[in-house]
Design a protein around this ligand. Structure first.
Ligand SMILES: *Cc1c(COP(=O)(O)O)cnc(C)c1O
Length: 381
């Protein structure tokens, strides 16, 4: 068996190990200086006044929805082509996710379809920088402003990305970064909300810690949660922030190697290219050509699996998940561009330390897989 090429792998260096060890030896494992330092580093990178660290990106999104006062009867416009957390955070507050189909060139929510989805119940727009692409975020901000809506930026996949010099995390009333181990940088688990609004930041700090007032330690002002990040997570994340530019550059290199290795395979469409200076690569997701079917994709995934190469479906559309369908009546066919894309995407192994040899092995396996696709055999018969 050839050695495994995993789908993702965190890039942890000696400085990170030392920083975590130091925290463990210090005895201070929660509510300490490392969290503040990590929050500051992420807020600075996004050009924001405040960072509020939490124990996952999902918790961060939930605090934003709760903190903006979104609740039963409210609608939030979002994309069906995302990780499920984007919709779950709306459901936690019994609000309704109103999906808008994607722009097939960037995979982000189509800004030209948003205004027709706005109703008197719409409170916010929650767009996602899908796979780290910042396309259209200036437009979302314009639309939100025009209609008096809040903008929650799910930048969980876009650490370090920018659009015309504007950083990911700077577009909305608030933005949420995430640090699960497959993201550009990791804290094990974790998330950071960024915002410029002083009272919103204070509210979120209270909410992440049981609702305890940060002005009066004996007082619980709100029903809160325990969404705190540990000090060793924060220490890991903060060290990763020191290396962020190198990490982003290495990932751009890996993406370029892929673009080069896959360029001559007709049946594969490369990932949308974000503006080159502002790109932050989260994953490398190819799209099979339209003449290939879901059956062909299953064949390709099986072949990669047999070759000991990690791969994944990114993303299954949110609106066809059983509990979403049951709750809101969405059905297959509602968002055809999302569905057509989703039926043909494959996430390939992608991580900071990936080598050219590993990429060539993935490319070779893909070529073999496509050459033996059921659709091709059908055509020849
Ligand atoms: C990773 C991610 C999140 C947050 O995930 P957690 O595992 O909770 O940190 C949210 N939205 C998107 C689009 C993501 O990719």
């Amino acid at each position: 068996m050839k050695p495994m090429i995993p789908l993702a792998r965190p890039d942890i260096g000696p400085a990170e190990i030392q920083a975590v060890e130091q925290v463990l030896r210090s005895g201070r494992l929660s509510i300490g200086p490392k969290l503040k330092a990590f929050e500051r580093a992420v807020a600075d990178r996004a050009g924001r006044k405040h960072g509020i660290g939490v124990n996952s990106g999902t918790s961060g999104l939930h605090l934003c929805v709760r903190g903006l006062g979104i609740g039963p009867g409210d609608e939030v416009i979002t994309t069906p082509f995302s990780f499920i957390a984007t919709a779950n955070c709306i459901l936690y507050e019994n609000a309704k996710p109103v999906f808008v189909d994607i722009d097939p060139d960037s995979y982000n929510m189509d800004p030209d379809r948003i205004e027709q989805a706005i109703t008197p119940d719409t409170k916010a727009i929650l767009p996602v920088e899908v796979f780290g692409n910042t396309a259209h975020f200036d437009r979302y901000a314009e639309i939100a402003q025009k209609h008096g809506l809040k903008l929650i930026e799910d930048c969980c996949e876009a650490m370090g990305a920018s659009l015309d010099g504007r950083a990911a995390g700077s577009f909305g009333d608030c933005g949420v970064f995430a640090f699960y181990p497959n993201k550009q940088i990791t804290s094990g688990e974790g998330g950071i909300v960024v915002t410029d609004d002083d009272s919103f930041a204070r509210l979120l700090r209270d909410l992440r810690s049981q609702g305890k007032s940060d002005r009066n330690a004996c007082q619980y002002e709100h029903i809160g949660f325990n969404y705190r990040m540990t000090e060793f997570s924060a220490a890991l994340g903060e060290q990763q922030m020191h290396r962020l530019d190198q990490i982003l550059q290495d990932r751009r290199q890996v993406a370029e190697w892929y673009n080069d290795a896959l360029a001559d395979i007709d049946e594969i469409r490369l990932p949308p290219r974000a503006n080159p200076q502002g790109a932050s690569w989260f994953v490398y997701v190819i799209r099979l050509a339209d003449n290939l079917t879901a059956e062909d994709r299953t064949h390709v995934l099986q072949h990669l699996h047999d070759e000991n190469i990690g791969s994944e479906l990114y993303f299954v559309p949110i609106h066809v998940q059983p509990y979403i369908t049951r709750a809101f009546g969405y059905k297959r066919g509602d968002f055809p561009l999302t569905e057509a894309l989703s039926a043909r995407t494959i996430a390939l192994p992608f991580f900071t330390s990936m080598t050219r040899q590993q990429i060539d092995r993935v490319a070779d396996a893909l070529k073999q897989a496509i050459a033996t696709c059921p659709a091709r055999k059908g055509r020849r018969a």
